[in-house]
Ligand binder design. Sequence first.
Ligand code: ADP
Ligand code: MG
Length: 697
Amino acid sequence: MADELEGLLFPGSVAVVGASSAPGKIGHALFSNVAQSFSGPVFAVNPGYRELRGRPCVPEISDIPEPVDLAVIVIPAAMVPGVLEECGQLGIKNAIVISGGFKEAGCEGAQLEAKLVEIAGRHSINLLGPNCLGLISTQAGLNATFAPGGARPGEIAFLSQSGAFCTAVLDWAWKAQLGFSHFISLGNKAVLSEEDFLEAFVHDPRTKVVAAYLEGVKDGQRFLRTAREVTAFKPVVVIKSGRAEAGARAVSSHTGSLAGSDRAYEAAFRQAGVIRARNVEELFDFAYMLARQAVPKGKRVGIVTNAGGPGVMATDAVEMEGLEVARFTENTARALAEGMPPAASIYNPVDILGDARAGRYREAVRLVTADPNVDMVVALSAPVAILTYAELAAILAEARREHEKPVACSFMVGELGEEAESILREAGIPSAFDPARAVRAVSGLVRYADIRRAPRQEPGEYPVDRERAAAVLAEAKRRDRVRLGVEAMGLLEAYGIATARGALARSPEEVERALLDLGESVVLKLVSPDMSHKSDVGGVRVGVPADKAAEEAWHMLNMAQARFPEMPIDGILVQEHLSPGVEVIVGMVRDPTFGPLVMFGLGGVHVEVMGDVAFAVAPLSRVEAERLVRSIRAYPVLRGVRGQPGIDVDGLVEVLERLSQAAVEFPELLELEANPIMCYPHRVLAVDLRLTVSGEG
Ligand code: ADP
Ligand code: MG
């Protein structure tokens, strides 16, 4: 796949269709950029000129006398399909459609875009856009955008779904001297999308990190697969906008109402090893750090400062970011005690005091960086007249050279720090005014180190009784039902998930029969396809003595019929009465982007109030299921606290894997929720179930 984009990212020759000499026109800016940047053959296509900027200009793309690798198209939308078709016939395999007026412009545009997809498919054309800024490949020396500026060469491959953000980033990055290997404006993603570029970048030797701005991914499962492969080799940092839910969805379960689409993204990014940046600053701080510095061995931070306040701010940030304040070895502590004045703080953060000259700073940085208990260093400095920032920068650059440890700094100055900038840049050390930002920068490296270390595993497959599960769903279909309750427990059993013993009763005799092997007290549940939460309507009675069960069941039925005369009632489920256990919820919903999303959380009736739930995209591997269970706040409760025995966590993990398998194997399962699953030290079993199946399926 990587090679497939070779011609797009490294073309041998470029044609610009719609090139123009009229300043102010996109076709002008674009052609100027291409002509100026690219050293290979460049052709202009426009019936209005014979020549443009000293390059040959022809009326039609088919008039170009030489083979063309890449066509950049910037003409009115309605004319694009015709030109693309021509490209296809000429054997041009790569095209960038800059023009807007497609899907983003409404119905007619969407039809035009569909045509592009069809043509590109038929001729196997790598099509970027439409409605995009274009791309820059600094490695190919090509700027095929209409942006006012270009990009410096560097190690970051950048992808953006917003063209406006692209131009903004280009301008800013130029000033910040941040370099890019490739710079891609994705536009409408009619054909090529983030996944294709991720695949292309994974083996690109110049790209050390991929940074992306995304509004959504095109194919969730493919994104997950691709990104997971890429992050095993190089970091991917993404800023994904649209965290807030766009309006409530009509959902009928806890799982559904808790599973906003952002939860799916959050889960998918985590599973794929994608680092999610919280904001633009983080996106580029992480990208810069990951491009320029090596990942640390651990998460212990050594801090050197010449002022107390910044040291405290950095320490707070270390906590906030889940890092650790390093504890120095005795050797370091002793050396610091000897080398620093008595009033200095020799513990981390090391405060070398405001009267420190460069020599003391160097000594402290040297000792802290060399300490084996320190994985990375954050150096801070408030301005004092006896120090120049250029000196400090040189000290840090030296520390970087001598040790394979990340270094970030916060020089808390304005203009005074300017002379230090080029030294720091040369050394790949980021500098921020805010000490917390310097700490966040190194935290990005730690996040990637964790991602690299995390075990990667393929989902397993349990032997299950698919026929039995299918029969449960077929029965629902036969009865024309899309909502099912405890009557569908057989589905869980078919997938090897234990359920409480019980039987459906429709008459006092059937209640008696059901009671036979259930013990001295039982649980009665009203079974109706229309009911969401049985307890809300008096549909659950726990701990009914066996000898009163028939009478109680009769009572429950009558009550329900009196209150909800319209409600169809299947009968009463007579269930074994389980001893109190830890109640958890497992659920599944289908996300429009990522497909089956499995939920796990603390269960019972307060699920939504507590909101202590976590999500993962199915299929789940064992380690992902384990991680899901561990990721809720109440996990210590599951493990056992204060002399209380823990529950069967392994059993629970297996339930999640099995549920994930069911979700993948039965696409007609739209939503499923077992709440609660009763958990005990040696077993876990479902006592309740609700699910929604698709009408078609
Ligand atoms: P619903 O969620 O529709 O109200 P459930 O079947 O989940 O109905 O039951 C509600 C609560 O009753 C459960 O959260 C649990 O605390 C308790 N419960 C349900 N079934 C049993 C059982 N078989 N043994 C013990 N307690 C139960
Ligand atoms: Mg329930």
